[in-house]
Every structure is written in C-alpha cells, then in structure tokens.
Design a protein around this ligand. Structure first.
Ligand SMILES: NC(=O)c1ccc[n+]([C@@H]2O[C@H](COP(=O)([O-])OP(=O)(O)OC[C@H]3O[C@@H](n4cnc5c(N)ncnc54)[C@H](O)[C@@H]3O)[C@@H](O)[C@H]2O)c1
Length: 333
C-alpha cells in the first residue's frame, strides 16, 4: 500500500485527493492546510487525518507527497520532501523565482527522489495522441505551433495576487506545450499583454490577455494567445504545421449531441474549465506518480520541464502591463 500526504485542500487539492482515493493500492493518510476547516472537511470526506507538515515529513510510512498548496509554499515543501526521501508531485509553478526553482531541482537530484510537476496537458489523451503522431513522423518535422489557451473566467483576485502573474501562473502551461510539442528550447521570446476583461486584475498588478511569439533554438516558431475570459467556455486548442502536413487538437465537449432547427445548428460548449477538461489527464498523471513512488533514481522528467518553462516566463514578464516594444528578449539557457 502506498501512503500519500496532501498539502492544500483548495480547488486543485480536492481533485488530487479524489484521484488518490480512487486508485487501488494507494491511501490518502494526511491532509495539511493552514486553513484548518478546509483540511478537516477534505480529510473527513476521504477518511484521512489532518496533520502538520512536521508530522508528514517525520512519518516514515509516507511514500509520496502531493503539493497542491499556494504557489509560494511549493519550494519549501519540495525541499523538505526531498530531504525526507518522499516521492513528490508538485503543482506548477515550482516557484516564482528561477533561482529558487533551480535550488529545488538540485535538492531533488541530490535526494534521488521522483518528482513530477503539474503539467497535466502532457497526459491529456487528445494532446498525447497528437504528440505520438508527431513522433511517428506523420507531419514530418514540426515547424510551427499555434496555441490558443483561453479560460472561461479569471480566478479570484486574491488568488491572482499570490499567483506571480499571468505568465508564471497561466502561460506556464503553454510554455510547457511548445517545448514538448516542438521538442526544442526557447531562444527568443516576444511578448505583449493587456488588461482587457476586468480592471480589478489590473489593480492587482496583473494583466489578463497576452500574445506571445517564441523562436526556438532550432528556428521553429510558436505563437500563443491567451485570455482570462472566453464566454463560450474553456478553449484549449493547438495546431502544429510540419513539412508533411498539419495536426490539430482541440476542445472536448460534455456530449456530442447536435441540435438542428430552422435557424441554427448548435452543440454543447467546450467542457467548462480545467477541472473538467483535464480530468482524465489528472488521473493518468496520478497513476504514474504512484508507479514511481518509492522508486529511487527514476528519471525526473518534470524537474527539467519546470526549469525550462520558468526560463521563458521570466523574460515574458517584461510584457506585464508594459509591453516589450518589438524587441525580443533572449532566454537564458
Ligand atoms: N495544473 C493546473 O492546471 C493548476 C490549476 C489550478 C491551480 N494550480 C496550482 O495549484 C496551486 C493551488 O491552486 P488552487 O487553485 O487550488 O488554490 P486555492 O487557493 O484554492 O488552494 C490553495 C490552498 O493552499 C492552502 N495553503 C496555503 N498555504 C499553505 C501551507 N503553508 N500549507 C498547506 N496549505 C496551505 C490554502 O489555505 C488553500 O486551501 C497553485 O500553485 C496553482 O498554481 C494548478
């Protein structure tokens, strides 16, 4: 039996808790949250105990920790988890500061523990199928990628204030996508953005819409457009153009029922948000983490992934509220 402790009983923590308890051979032993009522409610729902971080890291029976608490807690918990020899799953981003993220990567490498970061799009069945077909050579060498990434609505302003801003909070997934799909690293990033949908976001020091172009080290191009408000639902699409053709991957709908009448043809909107759209991806990722729990020396794929995405998010920050005027920002290795 694999025993797991969860940090964070908020939006995403609840998803992870549900996926843990549905998995055979895995038990959710502890829930940790500074909001004791939230911790107690989630622990009760899944037959777990409320505990402190100290209890979790001192308990030798805990094989793996899931870090789904607020972003500013991740780096400390990763380092403590690594020092205690736990397999780690941590939500994105590792930290808002690239050097702190690097320190975490070193701690994980030193400890030799498995560590997976929350880039769930790689485990989405649709996107994973597209990637597999690229790898099989169906469109030749992928040369250009267009990513559309639009949320149905912004998170609460309190969340935005602690999030690190749209590039590190939201586009970090899109930066992960271009590195994964094009199998390349960023060389130059051109980014601009604006606050369009809600002045409260601007008052919190952030923007809510972006347009980003990345030129990769091999000269491939990725264009990413994002906005925090798409009234028709969560919109996650991309197309990849290659020397032998193009592949597109898109949204999922709750049902495929289509209504036809005298004036229009209509179907379901895309699934509402990430909780719905990436349900299957979260389950698959959880299964993989459990398979790795306790096995030292596994490849720590996501450690590298997280560093690469943050290297792009940093230079993009020049666009936060004051657009980078036409000049690309170089991306540090
Ligand atoms: N992969 C994804 O698509 C995805 C989606 C949403 C959120 N996230 C990430 O997950 C994290 C949490 O996001 P959320 O939307 O669930 O936020 P949330 O605000 O709903 O929940 C965060 C929880 O962490 C708790 N917390 C704060 N400090 C803590 C500490 N020191 N120890 C234990 N618990 C603590 C809070 O009390 C809260 O209950 C963020 O880092 C976010 O970037 C990832």
């Amino acid at each position: 039996m694999i025993e797991v402790a969860l940090f964070g009983a908020g939006r995403i923590g609840k998803i992870h808790a549900g996926n843990v308890v549905r998995q055979p051979g895995v038990t959710l032993k502890y829930v940790v949250d500074v909001d004791s009522a939230a911790a107690a409610a989630l622990a009760k729902q899944h037959g777990a105990k409320v505990a402190s971080a100290d209890t979790v890291f001192a308990d030798g029976s805990i094989d793996a920790v899931i870090i789904a608490s607020s972003t500013d807690t991740h780096a400390d918990l990763i380092q403590r988890g690594a020092a205690a020899g736990k397999a780690i799953f941590c939500e994105k981003p590792v930290d808002l500061d690239l050097d702190r993220a690097r320190t975490c990567a070193q701690a994980v490498a030193r400890a030799g523990v498995a560590c997976l970061i929350g880039f769930q799009r790689r485990y989405d069945p649709t996107f994973a199928a597209l990637k597999a077909r690229i790898d099989e050579g169906e469109i030749g060498d992928p040369e250009m990628l267009i990513v559309t990434s639009r949320d149905p609505g912004a998170p609460p302003v309190d969340y935005i204030k602690r999030s690190g801003g749209i590039f590190k909070d939201m586009l970090i997934h899109d930066f992960d996508i271009f590195r994964w799909i094009l199998d390349d690293e960023a060389d130059t990033v051109y980014a601009t953005g604006s606050c369009i949908t809600d002045p409260a976001i601007e008052a919190a020091g952030d923007i809510d819409a972006t347009a980003v172009t990345v030129r990769t080290k091999r000269g491939r191009l990725a264009q990413i457009n994002t906005i925090r408000r798409a009234v028709y639902g969560y919109d996650q699409r991309f197309e990849v153009i290659g020397s032998k053709g193009m592949l597109q991957a898109g949204n999922h709908k709750p049902t495929e029922v289509v209504a036809w009448n005298a004036s229009s043809i209509s179907s379901d909107k895309p699934e509402h948000f990430f909780l719905e759209r990436y349900r299957a991806a979260h389950v698959d990722r959880r299964r993989r983490q459990s398979a790795r729990a306790g096995r030292r020396g596994d490849p720590i794929v996501a450690r590298e992934t997280s560093r690469g995405t943050m290297s792009v998010a940093g230079p993009s920050l020049g666009a936060n509220c004051s657009p980078v005027g036409g000049r690309g920002q170089s991306v540090a290795a």
